[in-house]
Design a protein around this ligand. Sequence first.
Ligand SMILES: *[C@@H]1O[C@H](CO)[C@@H](O)[C@H](O)[C@H]1NC(C)=O
Ligand SMILES: *[C@@H]1O[C@H](CO)[C@@H](O)[C@H](O)[C@H]1NC(C)=O
Ligand SMILES: *[C@@H]1O[C@H](CO)[C@@H](O)[C@H](O)[C@H]1NC(C)=O
Ligand SMILES: *[C@@H]1O[C@H](CO)[C@@H](O)[C@H](O)[C@H]1NC(C)=O
Ligand SMILES: *[C@@H]1O[C@H](CO)[C@@H](O)[C@H](O)[C@H]1NC(C)=O
Length: 500
Amino acid sequence: MAIVDFIFISVALLSGAQSIRMPSVISDAPKLLLLSFDGFRYDYLDRPLLKPNFDFAINKGVRAKYMKSTFATKTDPNHMTMVTGLWEESHGVVSNKMYDPKYREIFWMNSSDPKWWDGDGKVEPIWITNERKEGRYSGVVNWPGGDVKYGGRLPTYSTGPYNRSIPYTDRIDAMVRWFLDDEKPMNLGLLFFEEPDRSGHLYGPDSAQVNDAIMMIDDTVGYLVSALKEADIYDKVNIILTSDHGMVEVSPTRVIELNRYIKPEWYIWVDDSPVSAILPKRGKEEQIYKKLRSAHVRMKVFKKKDIPKQWHYRNNRRIMPIIAVADDGWSIVQNFTQNTFTIKGNHGYNNSIIKMSALFIAFGPAFEEGLTSKPFSNVDLYPLMCKILDFEPRPNNGSLETVKHILFDYDSMASKGTGIAVFCTLLLVVALMAGGYYAWQRHYGHKEEPIVGEYVNLDETNPQQGGGGGVPYEQQEQHLNLKNQTKASYGQEHGYGGTQ
Ligand SMILES: *[C@@H]1O[C@H](CO)[C@@H](O)[C@H](O)[C@H]1NC(C)=O
Ligand SMILES: *[C@@H]1O[C@H](CO)[C@@H](O)[C@H](O)[C@H]1NC(C)=O
Ligand SMILES: *[C@@H]1O[C@H](CO)[C@@H](O)[C@H](O)[C@H]1NC(C)=O
Ligand SMILES: *[C@@H]1O[C@H](CO)[C@@H](O)[C@H](O)[C@H]1NC(C)=O
Ligand SMILES: *[C@@H]1O[C@H](CO)[C@@H](O)[C@H](O)[C@H]1NC(C)=O
């Protein structure tokens, strides 16, 4: 093989290197891919399922026992926490549905207006900060808040506004393409996937459908590794496989009806379940609090100032004067009609409930191999990623101390980057060799190293992948109108697979 390679390169050099297509010169900055599989509970991988690609990643890298989600354990808030290292009260995306008293408007997940995302101009996600460094480019696919301008900026690469119809494989192909761009090679990519959250909501965390989704995601991980290997960049890219929150089973037999205790005309029901955000009408706050406080043993009710400190969920105008939080597996509705309660799984609960915790696996040159790590919090992901990308984190609530043990050779990482000059002089040689190898592989069409697991055609094996089947995201949401707060069809609001 070495001889073949050598001959090939020599021939290529003699015949003029430009006659063969060179692989793109990839970014010399540290390279990182962050993949979030919505609602992938930390322990789903402990099920006896066929998951060769996850097994490969775990052996190759680090798996944390779990990654603790941030309260409220909802999708948009936790995705913002991961990319900023801020508690929800500090980045300001405090739920998937929220009311802002300054704008006098409701947020319903589908808005790309920066005013909902950028913390009054103080919040900047990691993909923007990455691009502030010379020669660095970020790419974002479907990440919540990813199509929003922060300080007027968008990432260099994006698939545009959220589009759940983009097949999972296309999302990965886009990333590989951006890594290989000749002019603006990407070094940081973020990808969002709707499963297994969708199946978790619809069929419950213990369903066969969730198990199918896990195996489909395993295929997706296999596809990613193969695609990176194919592009000859696999061993240069750091990969984090993670999630925003977990999932628990809910049931129509575990429902708390607010309107049994308080009159609907006393309040606006800003957010539903399991964290009900209640905006009392003028003069009704005390009355509502008194009625709800001891209403149900499975529901904890807090005035804003008394929300438990460890949730870091007080100090924001979008947190409502009263919140009611259901216990694990319970649901809060205004009033209840069995046929509107269609979901079988939910999340959003107390983040200390372990089933709200997320998956965390990381592999690549920056990470230790074969390590099982103690748990850490998802605010710590941000300083970890900044360390890998080698830039100063913005002010945040995370801690590198709690995660640095998962980095390979942490102490010497600081000095990385001093060898840039040497790197550049070697670059041409490396490129030529890689070119030879790449062309040789294309030519002889065989790999020395077996691809991890078999990549199965995702479209055939799982019709749900890529968000297939279902109304487009934009049409899934119902309009929540402050003046017309009558819709109480809990099931309809939840019985879909958007980025809940
Ligand atoms: C969403 O993605 C699908 C699949 O790639 C594509 O056919 C469709 O045009 C996209 N929708 C929009 C609004 O871009
Ligand atoms: C959250 O869960 C933890 C662990 O179960 C528990 O100790 C704590 O009291 C819970 N907090 C609330 C407000 O329910
Ligand atoms: C979280 O970080 C932000 C930004 O540094 C800071 O303003 C806030 O006070 C921090 N929160 C806590 C609880 O320390
Ligand atoms: C969000 O959804 C609501 C309800 O469908 C709609 O009225 C509103 O215009 C949407 N906003 C955006 C920015 O798409
Ligand atoms: C349920 O609550 C809504 C909103 O308060 C109200 O309009 C509706 O009449 C109630 N339905 C029942 C069956 O009580």
